[in-house]
Design a protein around this ligand. Structure first.
Ligand code: MEV
Length: 309
């Protein structure tokens, strides 16, 4: 008997980095998934067809999650874990959070623990901390819950209802990166300019709340403007780079309402909001410039799990 769980990956619409320091962040689950299978085995083992060609950092802490859950619920940690991904690792799309959430959920299903979202998150955070050092929790929360959420550490996540489905364009800059280094870089800025930094936390928090409102009202032009503002702040913070800025410029020059880096930056991906009639042409324009781009329809469901013989 195998237990299987599938979790979506995510984009941060606004508020990355500042969310670590108390701002609201707005995030959406996207229909690129990670699937984790677990089954009993003679020892702990991880197999993966995910993250091909790379030693993805998400694979390392899987053992820590299994160990911690096995201890707490008194089951054997001798399991084989198989990870399949149809999302690129290191692209700012939450592949590690999605992996941890799917693993915790699959183990819960395997041992009939009936864990709710809060418990799944608590266990997946063990792995997330192993990967990122000091994450806010926004990534696993949106991968577990699905949909679109406003998230702030210490507050209950707020689900944002959408009147209809929307598409965000997601483009890969061509460079992967690690989140931990980017989080540390921002912490240094905070240390050097504490007053300035707290002002930015407050204004980006307001941006996230406004962005949630614009998205809920299907005001995509208004949402795009807020994305542009947020990208400028992230650039000033030093987490963007030439390739991300060029990708943002390309998205705007092709007719997007707004574009920004998404996730930790320093590489990874850019999201853009395009007028409905232009989504196809902007996607092919970006693809023609060499940027792998896809349309992510939102909202999508959160993690789900099942048993298979
Ligand atoms: C990464 O997707 C988002 C960051 O804000 C880190 C975090 O909140 O854990 C950079």
């Amino acid at each position: 008997m195998k237990a299987i769980a599938e979790a979506p990956s995510k984009v941060i619409i606004t508020g990355e980095h500042f969310v670590v320091h108390g701002a609201w962040g707005l995030a959406a689950a996207i229909p690129r998934t990670i699937t984790v299978e677990v089954e009993e085995h003679q020892s702990f083992a991880v197999r993966s067809d995910a993250y091909r060609g790379s030693r993805h950092p998400a694979l390392r802490p899987l053992g820590e999650v299994v160990e911690a859950m096995a201890r707490e619920y008194s089951f054997s940690p001798k399991v084989r874990v198989f990870v399949r991904a149809n999302v690129r690792g290191g692209a700012g799309l939450g592949s590690s959070a999605s992996t941890m959430v799917a693993l915790a959920s699959a183990l819960s299903r395997m041992h009939s623990l009936g864990l709710g979202v809060e418990e799944i998150l608590r266990h997946s955070m063990v792995g997330e901390a192993g990967v990122h050092g000091r994450p806010s929790g926004i990534d696993p929360t949106v991968c577990a819950l699905g949909g679109v959420i406003l998230f702030r550490p210490g507050s209950a996540p707020r689900r944002i209802g959408l009147g209809r489905t929307h598409s965000l364009l997601v483009s890969f800059s061509g460079k992967t990166r690690g989140t931990r280094g980017q989080i540390n870089r921002v912490a240094e800025v905070k240390e050097r300019y504490p007053g300035l930094f707290s002002g930015l936390v407050e204004s980006v928090s307001a941006v996230s709340e406004m962005a949630a409102d614009r998205l809920a009202r299907s005001d995509m032009k208004g949402l795009g403007e807020l994305l542009n503002f947020n990208h400028a702040v992230l650039s000033n913070l030093g987490v963007s780079n030439g390739s991300l800025d060029r990708l943002v410029d390309a998205s705007l020059s092709l007719g997007s309402y707004g574009a920004k880096l998404t996730g930790a930056g320093g590489g990874g991906s850019v999201i853009s909001v395009a007028p409905e009639g232009k989504q196809k042409s902007i996607t092919s324009g970006l693809n023609a410039r060499g940027y792998e781009t896809f349309r992510a329809e939102i909202p999508v469901r959160g993690v789900r799990s099942w048993l298979e013989s």
